[in-house]
Design a protein around this ligand. Structure first.
Ligand code: ATP
Ligand code: MG
Length: 567
């Protein structure tokens, strides 16, 4: 039974309560917000979603569904310089692919620019905000440090009328970029630096992907986020721990404007995954510097990359459920992610045969020109997956690694004089090895026992193991890409130096001339398979009719299950 099943009752309802669900249980019980639960997933459209975002997506959409509530998709698009429509579309596609639906609740923080402006004027009118003419550098100097209080700006005591006039002229475009900002008037001596008169608005002439050139002033994240939540009736605003210090500001803004609703911010620990980086900035760097082939490089922890690698939404949702949510910073073993994929594909992937590093075999006593169509089930334990015919003939390929010249006794594969079993076909005995000028084997010459068809003989002799093979005349020539971790260090961005110094030079291995069974000719891009004994694979979008390309999604060996004693 999967760990995720153990967490649920017979109707699939979650039994375990993490700290967020415990808080929401309480809020619902106390009739807060009328017992309603509303969440949102708020990406900034400045990059592609990654596995860390998957955690947030599963949490926000998951919590809403469990409590009979709704989850909105909201683009936090307050920073006009960095945002692009391309990212918006890709994020929408990724959330959908993960299996979640925002229905008609697709929002943009920029939808609220007019209301935000109104709330800013409200703060000015109530003496809670002022226009500051200090330069950015001077504001920074006035802010103080963690140990020293800040100093009031000389503009802090401006009258309401003057502030209102200046703010309206900021909006009208009378001042150059950076000349003035609007700040909240809170407390320059606050022990929390965030509360030392934070900037609410800045002047910036930049084209916005939705509002075009309508605005030359833009609201800051801290002001925008809480107002957007309140506009949408969000009850629980779930965000990552680095916003903990910003919570007092979140509350301050909502307490000082006529907010249409009163959301509550709760922070949780972000996902960190070993041997990879999950920061958009660093992922952008990998793409821009050409260190990976793009956002969807199968080695990338982006949802696009994971998808191309062969990860399924089912596996990613299972992973997110297993890692859970807490407030403690944590580092998740990448082996757990792989384990979740393996579990999913073990149940669902059709078994087929593919030889990655081919070695030719000829059966001397097999009739020339004869082809037998052998029935192969797609799944050993699931007959409903059906079967297909696989052609067997005199010449076929096996895995180079399945031959050894002088093996020990426990070797149940090809070796001089030994009899081996070919999966669903015959017993064959190796008689002679043809070698090239370097002594490398190029052909195994064997004889077969015609009575052993299907894997047993009248004399009942046992031949251990079952090797995969692909008939030479029928084989599909393919490229297969094998992947390893992108970084050699578990925490590539920790410590001194550049995370790029820890890139794994062997993270991609491309094998050409691989031989696949002919049934794979009909495979579609993204379709997944288990290549028997070799791992789980999916068809890559680089495939052509002449040359299919397959990615190894994950190997068969499960290091995580072993580590936790389940293997
Ligand atoms: P990055 O650090 O990669 O730039 P971000 O937090 O700036 O990430 P956003 O687009 O603002 O990216 O993120 C959208 C949502 O996803 C936010 O609520 C954010 O807290 C959450 N999120 C981002 N990264 C992670 C992570 N590693 N683990 C969990 N949640 C995350
Ligand atoms: Mg962010």
């Amino acid at each position: 039974m999967a760990a995720s099943d153990a967490n649920r009752d017979e109707e699939g309802k979650r039994l375990s309560r993490d700290f967020i669900r415990t808080i929401i249980d309480e809020d619902v019980k106390n009739g807060k917000a009328g017992g309603r639960v509303q969440t949102r997933f708020p990406p900034e459209p400045n990059g592609y979603l990654h596995i860390g975002h998957a955690k947030s997506i599963c949490l926000n959409f998951g919590v809403a569904a469990e409590f009979g509530g709704k989850c909105n998709l909201r683009f936090d698009d307050t920073n006009p310089a960095k945002e692009e429509t391309e990212y918006v579309e890709s994020i929408k596609a990724d959330v959908r692919w993960m299996g979640f639906d925002w229905e008609d609740r697709l929002f943009y923080a920029s939808d609220y620019f007019e209301q935000l402006y109104g709330f800013a004027e409200h703060l000015i009118q109530t003496g809670k905000a002022y226009v500051d003419d200090l330069t950015a550098d001077a504001i920074r100097e006035h802010r103080g440090t963690l140990t020293e209080p800040g100093k009031d700006s000389p503009y802090r005591t401006r009258s309401v009328e003057e502030n209102l006039d200046l703010f309206r002229r900021m909006r009208a475009g009378e001042f150059p970029d950076g000349a003035r900002v609007l700040r909240a008037k809170i407390d320059m001596a606050s022990p929390n630096v965030v509360m030392r008169d934070p900037t609410l608005y800045r002047i910036k002439r930049a084209h916005h992907h939705r509002t075009g050139d309508a605005w030359v002033i833009y609201p800051m994240y801290d002001f925008t986020h809480c107002v957007s939540d309140a506009m949408e009736g969000v009850t629980h605003s779930l965000c990552t721990l680095e916003f903990e210090n910003n919570r007092p500001l979140y509350d301050w803004v909502l307490d000082n404007i006529p907010a249409p609703s009163r959301p509550r911010q709760i922070e949780f620990a972000r996902l960190n995954l070993g041997y990879t980086v999950v920061s958009k900035r660093k992922l952008i760097q990998l793409v821009k510097e050409g260190l990976v082939s793009g956002w969807d490089d199968p080695r990338m922890p982006t949802l696009k990359g994971l998808r191309r690698r062969g990860y399924t939404p089912e596996a990613l949702r299972d992973f997110c459920e297993r890692i859970g949510v807490s407030r403690a910073d944590n580092l998740v073993d990448i082996a757990l992610l792989e384990h979740c994929l393996r579990e999913d594909l073990n149940n669902r992937a059709p078994r087929v045969m593919g030889v990655l590093r081919p070695l030719r075999v000829v059966i001397e006593n097999y009739p020339e020109g004869q082809v037998e169509e052998i029935d192969f089930p797609y799944h050993p334990e699931d007959a409903s997956m059906g079967s297909r015919k696989v052609p067997f003939s005199k010449v076929f390929y096996v895995e180079r690694d399945d031959y050894m010249e002088t093996p020990n006794k426990k070797w149940f594969r090809f070796a001089p004089g030994r009899e081996v079993r070919l999966r669903y076909a015959y017993y064959v005995t190796l008689k002679e090895v043809v070698k090239d000028e370097n002594g490398e084997p190029v052909e195994l010459r064997c004889v077969y026992d015609p009575e052993s068809k299907g894997g047993s003989t009248p004399d009942g002799r046992k031949v251990k193991g079952a090797l995969h093979w692909v008939s030479a005349a029928h084989a599909l020539d393919a490229e297969v890409r094998l992947y390893d971790r992108l970084f050699t260090k578990e925490l590539p961005d920790a410590g001194k130096g550049d995370f790029l110094d820890h890139m794994n030079p062997d993270s991609l291995e491309r094998l050409t001339g691989c031989k696949l069974e002919p049934s794979l000719a009909g495979a579609k891009v993204e379709e997944f398979f288990q290549f028997e004994r070799m791992g789980y694979f999916c068809k890559d979008k680089d495939s052509t009719d002449a040359k299919p390309v397959f990615n190894r999604s994950v190997g068969l060996r499960d290091s995580w299950a072993k580590a936790v004693g389940k293997g």
